[in-house]
Write a protein that binds this ligand. Structure first.
Ligand code: SOE
Length: 370
C-alpha cells in the first residue's frame, strides 16, 4: 500500500521533509511506499512552483478538503496554524506529523494532546534532533548506566540571525503567531533532548527559574517603509530542577553573534560525562569511568543508529538526514499501526516547560511545571 501524504507548508520545513520523503525509498528499503500527493498552502502561484520543485503531484488551498483525502497529514506551517488542521485531521482518523513547538500556548497544546490521546492513529511532534545517530548512541550510554547518576544537564542553542536590528520582521517575531521567540523555536528542541536523554534516570523537569529578553522591539517589514513590533523574546535562559534532583541550565538566543545553528548539550553523571554539538553531529565526546579525559567517538559505524542505511563507516552524514530518520520512524508507525515518539504527549511536555519559563519570567520567582 502506498501512503498518500498531504503537506501543509512549503518553505524551510516543507523542503526539509520533502527531501526526506524523496530520500526514503533510495536508502530505507523497508520504509513504506509514500507518494508526495498534495502540497497545501494559501498562495496558488507560490504553491505551484513549490510543488514542482518539491515533487508533489498536486496543490490545494483548502486543507479542510484534503485531510480526509490523504493517508497522512504533515503540518509544517507557522505555529499558529498547527492546532486547527491537526485537530481536524486527527478527529477524522488521519495520522498527523506536526512541526515544533506543538502550539503557540500551553492551552492549545493541551487541547491538541487531548485530541491525539482520543485518536487511534500516530500524532508525532517533529523534534528531529532525537534522530541524530550520536544522540541515540548517547541515550544508550546513559540507559546502560555508563554515566551513573545524572547530576547536570547543560543545553544551549545559539543563533545570530536577528542581531542586526534591520533584519526583517517575520511571524517568528510575533507572539500571536509564534507563541514565543527563541524560547519556543530553539528552547523546545533543548528541552525535548534533555527529556529524551535523561528522562528515564532523572525524571521530568519539576521546578524552573526562567528569564526572557527582547533586545530589539521593532523591526522593518520586508520591502516597505513600515515597521512592526517584536512581541516575543530574542533570548531566554533557565535553571531547572529534575524530579531526581539533577540540575539543568538551558539557554537560547537569536543574538549570539558568531553562532549560526549551534546546539550543544552536556551531561555529567557520577561515573562519566558526555558532550554533543550539532555543528559536529557525527561526533560524541564521552568521559568514561576511570578515564582521565574525554574521548571523541565518531558515531558513523554501521552498528550505530541509522548509519547502515547510508554510507560505509566513517562517511559522515548531515542535518538533513535527521529528517529522513524521523520520517522513516513516523511513516513506519503509520503503516504498521505502531506508536511513534516524540508524540503530541512529548510536544505537550516540552510546552509545559516553555510555559513555566514564561511564568517564572513574569513573576520573577521559581515556578512548578504544570
Ligand atoms: C529557525 O530558528 C530554526 O530553523 C528552527 O525553527 C529549527 O527548528 C531549528 O532546527 C533550526 O533553526
Amino acid at each position: 500500500m502506498t501512503l498518500q501524504v498531504g503537506v501543509l507548508g512549503y518553505r524551510f520545513m516543507g523542503q526539509a521533509h520533502a527531501n526526506a520523503l524523496a530520500r526514503l525509498p533510495m536508502f530505507f528499503e523497508d520504509a513504506p511506499d509514500v507518494e508526495r500527493d498534495v502540497l497545501i498552502g494559501r498562495d496558488e502561484a507560490a504553491l505551484d512552483s513549490a510543488a514542482d520543485q518539491l515533487g508533489f503531484d498536486r496543490t490545494s488551498t483548502d486543507w479542510e478538503a484534503e485531510i480526509d483525502e490523504v493517508d497522512v497529514f504533515y503540518n509544517l506551517g507557522p505555529n499558529h496554524v498547527h492546532a486547527e488542521p491537526s485537530i481536524a485531521a486527527l478527529e477524522s482518523g488521519t495520522p498527523v506529523f506536526c512541526e515544533k513547538p506543538l502550539a503557540p500556548t500551553l492551552d492549545v497544546a493541551a487541547e491538541m494532546a487531548q485530541v491525539a490521546r482520543d485518536a487511534d492513529v500516530p500524532a508525532g511532534s517533529a523534534f528531529n534532533y532525537r534522530f541524530v545517530p550520536a544522540i541515540r548512541y548517547a541515550k544508550g550510554l546513559i540507559e546502560d548506566g555508563k554515566l551513573g547518576e545524572i547530576h547536570h544537564v547543560r543545553g544551549r542553542y545559539l543563533q545570530d540571525w536577528l542581531v542586526d536590528p534591520d533584519a526583517p520582521w517575520s511571524w517568528r517575531n510575533d507572539a500571536e503567531l509564534a507563541g514565543s521567540g527563541a524560547l519556543g523555536d530553539l528552547g523546545s528542541h533543548t528541552i525535548d533532548l534533555a527529556r529524551f536523554l535523561v528522562g528515564e534516570q532523572a525524571g521530568e523537569i519539576e521546578r524552573i527559574s526562567g528569564h526572557l529578553q527582547t533586545f530589539v522591539d521593532e523591526r522593518p517589514v520586508e520591502g516597505g517603509d513600515e515597521t512592526r513590533s517584536v512581541t516575543v523574546d530574542d533570548a531566554y535562559s533557565a535553571q531547572v530542577e529534575f524530579e531526581s534532583g539533577a540540575m539543568g541550565t538551558f539557554e537560547a538566543s537569536r543574538f549570539a553573534n558568531g553562532h549560526k545553528n549551534d546546539h550543544t548539550i552536556e551531561i555529567q553523571g557520577s561515573k562519566g560525562s558526555l558532550k554533543f554539538s550539532l555543528e559536529r553531529l557525527n561526533e560524541l565526546e564521552v568521559l568514561r569511568e576511570d578515564s582521565r579525559g574525554y574521548e571523541t567517538i565518531l558515531v558513523t559505524d554501521e552498528t550505530d543508529p541509522y548509519i547502515e542505511h547510508w554510507w560505509p563507516p566513517g562517511h559522515v552524514i548531515g542535518w538533513e538526514h535527521t529528517f529522513v530518520h524521523e520520517n522513516y520512524e513516523f511513516l513506519s508507525a503509520v503503516a504498521d499501526g505502531g506508536e511513534f515518539e516524540p508524540s503530541f504527549e512529548d510536544g505537550l511536555a516540552a510546552q509545559q516547560v516553555l510555559d513555566a519559563i514564561e511564568r517564572s519570567d513574569a513573576t520573577g520567582e521559581w515556578v512548578t511545571v504544570e
